[in-house]
Write a protein that binds this ligand. Structure first.
Ligand code: 0A1
Ligand code: ZN
Length: 881
């Protein structure tokens, strides 16, 4: 931190740029310690009166500067640490500069840096200013031509955006290339890669018959792990044409995998840079979840070519314009690849266990934030996942066809522009003749709305009355909320589980099936007529809005819905609600010193799902997975991590014991179909592996003697990482010799595959048995651990802080101390990653007084630390405030 506290930037202060950079020519003379960047900007003033040109820069050394070939009068040039101001420029001129940077000293992994000996860039959000002085804002769109010069032996591959227009050799073993991108773009989409890389190449023919050269660049030893990513890319390209009519627009599409990367991947025009975790996969090195995640990230970055690049953001407050929409698009893509309900369940779990807590804590912010100190802190679950839910609600309100019309209009109207979320909503309104004024509140109001619903059946009039009340808890800076426009999808089920035709008061005819009710007021009363018997309502089907729904279901009703709801998502949801209620009772029992109990009705309903062989195995596996500890924590006034963990472990063990024979039978029945021989990387085979590993986990949770050998046998026989990890994970419940030798075997086998070893790190960092803290310390001493690599930090420290609640929240504060020390060490190297880690301390108010005190002390120590980054300062100070 500087002397004063860092300043916030406000949406209301937005003003368009006064200068346009019509073209930029960049020339990079690459050297790890001293790279020179020469830039030539063709400038044009956009306002009639004199206006200074203010360029941004960070950690740059300015070597030279001329305007139209002449040095500037020194009185007209002002440089401070992060800006360069030029006065009295002609309305149209050419600015030439040379800057010096040191990529090898760049540990923040923003701007131009070195990873694995190769050069790469990360410019979103504000990394370009760490390369050269520029109008580093998304509404400044420019045509880029990029020349790269480097040593040919060390850096045979030289890449940038667009098309290669020239290349050749230079004296002293150097060579050069020139890339030209025909599409104007903001600086955050710029990319450069240079290194000793090889590529897997393929082709794609677009719907209009253009040939696209597809390339995935990796280090040589990873060339055998690119097939899946390449297939995903081709599938995404086809899907976006078929689903949304979006065609690719350059002759080449490149993906580069790098090992050191702060996020998942980056959609730079024509040259995506990826965290290698989201590219590299072979059945023996990557789990089914990894395969699915790679498919979705490849799709996500590809979809950005339209939702993000062709139409980009006016300013960073509009981030969800591209991210919410693109997450929605990648979710739909994944849903179309396999079972829609399974995808929906996964997305809702993520939203509830990660976004809901964010929206209820000190970092709560609207999908379109109103202010920030450091924009990198706003690549959040709210902007991404809740943003996608907001887009999904629009689709629910206007229908799939209407949504497509709206999207077509949006792309047509705004192609080549930098726009706002308002422009997006307006396109949806205009294409559908709808008024979404009230709906816009989803972009501006933070917090998770609550729907309190009650139902009353009147046999005499054969009517069913639903009352719905919405509310939203206050969040920082927003004490009062206006009502949201909420699509509530519902059906009424009769005692056979059939959907009752719906006729609302005032309607002359009943309509079959489900209905989308639009809630716009604080209170609604819905009266349904011709309801022949007391129904069980199926509410918020498919999770039609990102809200918390409260309805006083009895256990019998939940068991009924678990077995009969015609909405796949809601059948799962009923099981989760039932489990939450039971676990909450157990948590109370544990807190009161009583023995917890397994509800026999729950056990029966659970067993019926296990026995149901008409259901898809992936759906069965979802239904048999208990709600996670963080989701359970969300439901408590004062979080009791120990009681939550004990209750959940008790239930897992009790179910494992009660249903051992059935788990074993299902496990055995799925044995033959589990391996990857043949074509077994499809969704059906993945579902079978999922269920089989879940059965194994329940068996291992029992503590029964033969279980660890069963897991060990699976581990040893596994020809795929899913089964190997499934066995190891199950063994984490069985401390002893088998667990130890399996972990040791895994480490020896995968020592030199960093992404695989991360799984081993993560498994141990999240283990709940005693000695976790010591283990984490030991893992940090492991020769393959490095505090400079974000994947390693996430695998060890991130996993411990976010997914090992019992030990992170150890009553003596040792977990908090460890993380605090690491945050401070990391902050000096990589503020973005340090800031992510601090969020683990931000919800201190949710814990008991002793833990509150310990966490607050840590946050205070962080805020007081000299030289703190803006990134960490913003999270820590907001958490305290
Ligand atoms: N736009 C990317 C995410 C991303 C954001 C920031 C980064 O560096 C700070 C890197 C990537 C996406 O949504 O995939
Ligand atoms: Zn994105």
């Amino acid at each position: 931190m500087k002397e004063s506290t860092p300043a916030a930037i406000h949406l209301t202060d937005y003003a368009p740029p006064q200068w346009r950079i019509e073209q930029v020519d960049l020339c990079f003379l690459l050297d790890p310690a001293d790279t020179r960047v020469r830039s030539r900007l063709q400038l044009r003033r956009t306002v009639s009166q004199e206006a200074p040109l203010v360029l941004q820069g960070e950690e740059l050394k300015l070597i030279s500067l001329t305007v139209d070939g002449q040095p500037m009068a020194s009185g007209n040039l002002h440089q401070d640490e992060n800006s360069l101001t030029l006065h009295e420029l002609p309305a149209q001129c050419t600015l030439e500069m040379e800057t010096a940077i040191s990529p090898e000293a760049n540990t923040a992994l923003s701007g131009l840096y070195v990873s694995g000996g190769n050069f790469c860039t990360q410019c979103e959000a504000e990394g370009f200013r760490r390369i050269t002085w520029f109008l580093d804002r998304p509404d400044a769109m420019t045509l880029f031509t990029v020349r790269i010069e480097a040593d040919k032996a060390r850096y045979p591959v030289l890449l940038s955006n667009g098309n290669l227009t020239d290349s050749g050799d230079l004296p002293e073993g150097r060579h050069y290339v020139v890339w030209h991108d025909p599409f104007p773009k903001p600086s955050y989409l710029f990319a450069l890669v240079a290194g000793d890389l090889v590529c897997q190449q393929d082709r794609f023919t677009t719907c209009s018959g253009r040939e696209v050269d597809l390339r995935i660049y990796v280090q040589r030893h990873n060339l055998d792990k690119c097939d899946h990513a390449m297939r995903s890319l081709q599938k995404s390209m086809r899907w976006d044409e078929d689903t949304y009519g979006r065609e690719y627009d350059l002759d080449i599409y490149m993906i580069v995998a790098v090992d050191d990367f702060n996020m998942g991947a980056m959609e730079n025009k024509g040259l995506n840079v990826f965290n290698s975790k989201y590219v590299l996969a072979r059945p023996d090195t990557a789990t089914d979840d990894d395969f699915v995640a790679i498919d979705s990230v490849i799709a996500h970055e590809y979809f950005h070519n339209w939702s993000g690049n062709r139409v980009t953001c006016r300013d960073w407050f509009q981030l969800s314009l591209k991210e919410g929409l693109t997450v929605f698009r990648d979710q739909e893509y994944t849903a179309d690849q396999s079972l829609r309900a399974v995808k929906r369940i996964g997305d809702v779990q993520r939203l509830r266990s990660l976004q809901f807590p964010e929206d209820a804590g000190p970092m709560a912010h609207p999908v379109r934030p109103q202010s920030y100190i450091e924009i990198n802190n706003f690549y959040t679950m709210t902007v991404y996942e809740k943003g996608a839910e907001v887009v999904r609600m629009i689709q629910t309100l206007v229908g799939r066809e209407g949504f497509r019309r709206g999207l077509d209009l949006y792309f047509e109207r705004h192609d080549g522009q930098a726009v706002t979320t308002d422009d997006f909503v307006r396109a949806m309104e205009d294409a559908n003749a709808r008024d979404l004024r009230r709906f816009r509140r989803w972009y501006d109001q933070a917090g998770t709305p609550v729907l309190d619903v009650a139902g009353e059946y009147d046999a005499a009039s054969a009517s069913y009355r639903l009352t719905v009340r919405q509310s939203c808890p206050p969040t920082q800076g927003q004490s009062e909320k206006l009502p949201f426009h909420i699509p509530l999808t519902l059906a009424l089920l009769d005692s056979q589980g059939r959907e009752i035709p719906l006729r609302l008061e005032g309607e002359s005819q009943a309509s079959p099936g489900e209905r989308v009710i639009e809630l716009t007021a604080p209170d609604h009363v819905l009266v349904f007529h011709d309801v022949p018997e007391a129904p069980v309502p199926s509410l918020l089907r498919g999770f039609s809005a990102p809200v918390k729904l409260r309805f006083p279901y009895t256990h019998e009703e939940l068991a009924f819905l678990m077995g009969h709801d015609t909405d796949d998502f809601n059948r799962w949801e009923a099981g989760q609600q039932f489990a939450v209620q039971m676990l909450q009772g157990q948590i109370h029992d544990i807190q009161a010193g009583r023995e917890p109990m397994l509800d026999p009705l729950f056990q029966e309903a659970f067993a019926r799902v296990l026995d149901n062989d008409t259901l898809d195995t992936a759906l069965v596996a979802e239904a048999l997975t208990l709600p996670g500890e963080t989701y359970l924590a969300e439901q408590m006034q004062v979080v009791d991590v120990d009681a939550i963990h004990q209750a959940r472990q008790f239930t897992r063990r009790a179910l494992g014991e009660a249903l051992a024979a059935r788990f074993r039978a299902v496990y055995d029945a799925l044995r033959d179909s589990s391996g990857v021989a043949g074509e077994q990387m499809d969704a059906a085979a993945m579902g079978r592996r999922r269920l089989r590993n879940l059965c194994l986990a329940y068996l291992c949770a029992t503590g029964e003697e033969s279980a660890p050998s069963l897991a060990e046998a699976q581990y040893q026989a596994a020809d795929n990482m899913t089964d190997a990890m499934g066995a190891l994970r199950a063994l984490m419940d069985c401390p002893g010799a088998i667990q130890e030798r399996s972990l040791a075997h895994f480490e020896a086998r995968w020592r030199d595959e960093p992404l695989v070893l991360d799984k081993w790190f993560g498994l141990q960092a999240t283990a709940s048995d005693a000695g976790a803290l010591e283990r984490v310390r030991r893992l940090m001493q492991h020769p393959r651990f490095s505090i400079r690599n974000p994947n390693r930090v996430r695998a060890v420290l991130g996993a411990f802080a976010m997914a090992n609640p019992v030990h992170f929240h150890a009553a003596d504060g040792s977990g908090y101390e460890l993380i605090t020390n690491q945050v401070l060490e990391l902050d000096a190297l990589n503020p973005q990653i340090a800031a992510r880690l601090v969020t683990s301390l931000s919800r201190w108010k949710r814990f008991d007084a002793q833990r509150q005190g310990l966490m607050r002390t840590c946050l205070e120590r962080i805020v007081a630390h000299p030289g703190l980054s803006r990134d960490v300062y913003e999270i820590a100070s907001r958490s305290l405030g």
